[in-house]
Write a protein that binds this ligand. Structure first.
Ligand code: FES
Length: 215
């Protein structure tokens, strides 16, 4: 619906910011990992961590070079920026967790890891940092409905306790998150999402051919 608006159109209400702010302090060496569109929310965290006096290493990843966003902005803030692409078209060929693992194995002192991106990426980051006992913050992205803690749609389990991401999060101790439950809940509406996507594609094609005919 937002995409259908024209310049000058209005929406009735905007709610937010919701949830709790990122905890920022001088930790020492902070590694901030952004995967795909997760680079966008990790960027302000990088800026704030840097402004608090931390040494910041950024690791960003995308499926391919043309899908990588905010590289210049991240480079401008990070003391060092490392890049990974799935297809090897830019930077390290493979996963950002492999770069993180190399840093840990090389005894690069790390005080905090922050990871934002797809659930499999955040889960994989935690799998790498757990044996090294590295504090790891993840930013969760469950399905949200009301965003005010009343519907329960964004329910996750952290350390065995139920939390609502919209009011208690979005950031949590990654080592305490039940990623399997989160993955399962994220898939709850997959069939309907696929159907909506198909419906939208049909309308899109009809719109394109109508515009073509009008020209
Ligand atoms: Fe409804 Fe969080 S979105 S409780």
């Amino acid at each position: 619906m937002l995409a259908d608006l024209d310049v000058g159109d209005a929406i009735l209400d905007v709610v937010g910011p919701l949830g709790r702010p990122t905890h920022i302090e001088k930790f020492g060496h902070v590694v901030c990992i952004g995967g795909g569109v997760g680079i966008a929310p990790v960027y302000p965290i990088v800026c704030a961590m840097k402004a608090a006096g931390n040494r910041v290493t950024g690791i960003v990843s995308a499926r391919s070079k043309d899908l990588l966003i905010l590289e210049d902005e991240m480079r401008g803030q990070c003391d060092e920026l490392k890049i990974a692409t799935d297809d090897g078209s830019y930077g390290h060929k493979g996963f950002p967790t492999e770069i993180l693992q190399q840093m840990i194995s090389a005894d690069d002192k790390i005080d905090l890891v922050v990871a934002v991106g797809p659930v499999p990426l955040m889960k994989a980051v935690c799998k790498v940092t757990k044996p090294a006992d590295l504090p790891t913050v993840v930013s969760l992205n469950p399905i949200m409905v009301d965003g005010t803690g009343m519907c329960g749609g964004c329910r996750v389990s952290v350390g065995g306790e139920t939390k609502f991401v919209c009011v208690d999060g979005p950031e949590f101790d990654g080592h305490a998150v039940d990623f399997d439950l989160l993955t399962k809940r994220l898939a709850a509406y997959k069939d309907m999402e696929r159907q909506a996507m198909d419906d939208h594609a049909c309308k899109l094609e009809a719109d394109i051919s109508r515009v073509g005919r009008e020209r």
